[in-house]
Design a protein around this ligand. Structure first.
Ligand code: PMP
Length: 293
């Protein structure tokens, strides 16, 4: 990983080598961390952080779901994110807010544990333009096992084992079903299908309610005068789609060429949605500039 000069840790900008934690860190042992993934993009007005407010809001929501009291306000974190982007000197890249329980003892229940907070800038690695995915043999975490709408570190064990299995079988990514057998999402993305001109996506139940998902639903409504249908979708329904795509901070809007042996076209609707998302994120559409910080 690129050793960027500055990381914001517990209220201070520190060099890479000092952004460390002790081996007894609770978050390391038990997955008791929360995080975000945020992109910033080059625009004609300098680098802009995309949907920072929404990401930080979800960061605080995730923290609350783990009883983690972040000892900073959203305003303080916003200012720190802006400073980090400036200090990084990068025109576009990625920001990783992270909060976790620190060191006290080996107890599972983190009562009276210190809370650590970091903001980590990173370069953005290029991603594939088209994905081949498979059905995961694992199901998405049961929505009553924990708060699945929170972005909790420990949840990602579900994504890790599924992705490892997919890579072994030669696929880029996965589609998870939920506990009832309905389509949930990818390992780090939400899924949409297009059929006969209608756009559908799984309801918010067993999925992480993606900020990109919400952005696309709004863009489709405002730009294409269409409503995205949020519903329970069976795998058999997904496989009859004309087009399928993933959305997420990492993938933005990325078409899916194949689910298992079933191939999909990459047609006009996915391309139109992708182009409009790209324009909005890069500040090319004035009416969405409020989404850029
Ligand atoms: N689902 C999961 C499990 C994810 O990790 C992500 C990435 N945060 C998403 C969906 C997409 O969310 P967002 O659009 O907010 O990046």
């Amino acid at each position: 990983m690129e050793r960027l000069k500055n990381i914001w840790l517990d209220g201070k900008f520190v060099p890479w080598n000092q952004a460390t934690t002790h081996i007894l860190t609770h978050g390391l042992h038990y997955g008791s961390s929360v995080f975000e993934g945020i992109r910033f993009y080059k625009t004609s007005n300098g680098p802009k952080i995309f949907r920072l407010n929404e990401h930080l809001k979800r960061f605080f929501y995730s923290a609350r779901s783990l009883g983690l009291k972040i000892p900073y306000t959203q305003k303080t974190l916003t200012a720190a994110c802006k400073k980090l982007v400036t200090k990084s000197g990068m025109k576009d890249g990625y920001l990783r807010p992270l909060a976790f329980y620190g060191v006290k003892n080996l107890s599972i229940l983190p009562i009276g544990f210190p809370i650590r907070v970091a903001l980590i800038p990173s370069l953005w690695p290029a991603k594939k333009n088209v994905l081949n995915i498979c059905l995961s043999p694992y199901i998405r975490i049961h929505p009553q096992s924990t708060d699945v709408h929170a972005k909790i570190g420990g949840h990602y064990v579900n994504s890790i084992v599924a992705l490892m299995d997919a890579r072994k079988r030669g696929f880029d990514e996965v589609i998870f079903l939920d506990d009832r057998g309905y389509v949930a999402e990818g390992a780090v993305a939400n899924v949409f299908m297009v059929k006969n001109g209608t756009i559908r996506t799984p309801k918010v139940r067993s999925i992480l309610p993606g900020i990109t998902r919400r952005t696309i639903i709004e863009l489709v409504r405002r730009e294409f005068k269409k409503r995205v249908i949020e519903k329970d979708i069976l795998l058999s329904e997904l496989l009859t789609a004309d087009e399928v795509f993933f959305t997420g901070t990492a993938y933005e809007v990325t078409p899916i060429a194949r689910i298992g042996t079933k191939r999909f076209a990459i047609s006009s609707m996915t391309k139109r949605i992708r182009d409009s998302y790209t324009d909005v994120a890069r500040g090319k559409l004035a009416r969405y500039r409020s989404w850029l910080v």
